[in-house]
Design a protein around this ligand. Structure first.
Ligand SMILES: [Fe+2]
Ligand SMILES: [Fe+2]
Length: 202
């Protein structure tokens, strides 16, 4: 199904898709806005293939990067105000826009569906246990048609065959990438790897 043909039911958000798309257009640069639209469409397709509500996938895909362009101070204030783990202060936007950004999605877009909020929260770092919707957003962000990295075709093929194998593939690639590039690894990224990869035979 094409994203633009979806009619929202008010079950998860009390605005139309057009209004939500408008909010994202306001919050993001053009290139990130276009990325978000591609993630939405990819998430809808993964939802249809995996028995998940496409409306929920559409909303989660659209809002996953809602906080990506917020200034650091917004995240620092939220970490303090909501008494989140202070270790978060050692990281930056790459981690914050999901792990903290879900709070802005909840407060500013009026989304209270816990699965959508968790899909935003874990879309970069993953989680030990992820619902299908959470797996879908994690994978759609990684394999949307604008992505171009050496393993992307393999990632697309694996994910099409099995959503869970896709998650394991990404968890491994992400950890390898961070280590190879001397980048810091957020603890949850290692927990995700340990939960999804060892013992996975694919
Ligand atoms: Fe993101
Ligand atoms: Fe993204």
């Amino acid at each position: 199904m094409k994203a633009k043909d979806l009619v929202y039911s008010n079950k998860y958000i009390s605005m139309s898709r057009d209004d939500l798309v408008g909010k994202l257009n306001d919050a993001l640069t053009t290139s990130r806005f276009n990325h978000v639209l591609r993630v939405e469409q990819t998430a809808i397709e993964l939802a249809e293939a995996n028995g998940v509500d496409p409306e929920r996938a559409s909303i989660a895909g659209l809002v996953h990067d809602y906080a990506k362009q917020r200034p650091d101070i917004d995240f620092i204030n939220a970490i303090k105000e909501y008494h989140l783990d202070p270790v978060l202060l050692d990281y930056g936007n790459a981690i914050w826009h999901g792990v903290v950004g879900w709070l802005f999605v909840k407060n500013e877009l009026g989304i209270n569906d816990i699965e959508i909020l968790n899909a935003v929260k874990y879309h970069t770092v993953g989680h030990e246990v992820m619902t299908k919707l959470e797996q879908i957003v994690y994978m759609a962000d990684y394999i949307e048609p604008g992505r171009d990295f050496p393993e992307v075709e393999t990632a697309r093929r694996v994910t099409k065959k099995s959503l869970q194998d896709g998650v394991a593939f990404q968890a491994k690639q992400t950890l390898s990438y961070l280590i190879e590039n001397n980048k810091p690894v957020f603890p949850q990224t290692i927990i995700t790897y340990n939960s999804w990869v060892p013992g996975n035979t694919d």
